[in-house]
Design a protein around this ligand. Sequence first.
Ligand SMILES: C[S@@+](CC[C@H](N)C(=O)[O-])C[C@H]1O[C@@H](n2cnc3c(N)ncnc32)[C@H](O)[C@@H]1O
Length: 431
Amino acid sequence: MANKNLTKAKQAKKDEFYTQWVDIEKEVNAYIEFNKNVFNGKTLLLPADDPFESNFFKFFATHFNDYGLKKLIATSYDPSPIVNTQLELSLFADTNQTREIEQGENHRISKAYRIELTDVSDFDSDGRINIEDVEAKLLSEKRKLDLGKKSDILAYLTGDKNPDVKHRFSAGDFRSKEVTRLRDEADVVITNPPFSLFREFLTWVEPDIRLFSIIGNVNSITYKSVFPLIQDNEIWLGESIHSGDREFKVPDTYPLDATGTRVDDKGNRFIRVKGVRWFTNINHGRRHQPLALMTMADNIKFSKHKEVQGHEYSRYDNYDAIEIPYTDAIPSDFNGIMGVPITFLDKYNPDQFEILGSTQRGTHDRVPDTKKYDDYWEMKQNGELTGSSGGKTNENANLCQNDGKKNYFVNKSGRIVQSAYQRIFIRRKCS
Ligand SMILES: C[S@@+](CC[C@H](N)C(=O)[O-])C[C@H]1O[C@@H](n2cnc3c(N)ncnc32)[C@H](O)[C@@H]1O
């Protein structure tokens, strides 16, 4: 039990990293470029987003009028260790509010907020409308709360009170009744949710009912609950993050022992997180640009990849499809089924290709595997047995090869197969 709690605490800590303005701006710009009215007249909910700290809130409050938003709602999460405590980007960085917080027990306000903005106008009467107006408004509303008065904009969240412990969530938990009611009101949900609850969050968003855009790990593509949505073009990857990693701000207490961490000259801490992507159902231009490709013959002649140049394309041993090790090696003139890396989705244009399935179990009914490997066993390159049966590689995309690098599977007749990485099955659309 103690171990379980420790793992949970570790996981919760891993969820504490905060999105930078530039990453939000690039992605939202892609939606606006495709459809400048995408947020017009809409209610936008930012859950798991401390309104006093989050760049999501700051960004959308700044663009409230540009985007023609009807309402902007943001909620924070009570157990978050940073609720109103330390981020430089805090709207209240230089105010009494911050000092008040710093004097608080454990430097933390154990309160989750909800903010509902329906109007951003010249609250500070300086002749301009900008984020300082929102700040002025929120400060005056916060003062009301401090005096025990009611605010129309700002309120504390209370969390669930029902006795059923299983479904009783703390204040600001996206699964709580309060936040779920706000979701029901929202036309759009945008945030970087806790990675550890990505699947649950995506289901909670109800992508078939409202627009959404959330940050998650690229490997979430292969989840059994996520992949069918991608296959059916109900959700897709965003436009702005394709590869590499992204820098996120972390709390002051975050240990900077990993590689890819940084402290700036103001003492702000950052980590680089690998494999992040936007997952969305908001349209953008990139998914309508066709991939420029070479013919199979030209790939074999000119490909920059040594695995492609000078080699015939391989067929899988257990699927009626050919292996494509790199997205840019998809031949322009092949009309059969192809197995491509999951990063193909960064370039996927649904007018050009259709997705038929993936090698993940339970997601390839349309491309059934034709063979099982239960009578094989796994070997290391040094000839040692790993102790695993070949059943381990059933439903992977297997090739009749031994590349001299990875473990392989062999049967009693000496037949050898090796699995490619996770693959998505695609086919060119008829034009
Ligand atoms: C990856 S961080 C991102 C924070 C913020 N959205 C941003 O991008 O700057 C995820 C946030 O979700 C909060 N969180 C964790 N579990 C949650 C839950 N069950 N409901 C709502 N928020 C949660 C964490 O405290 C954390 O602040």
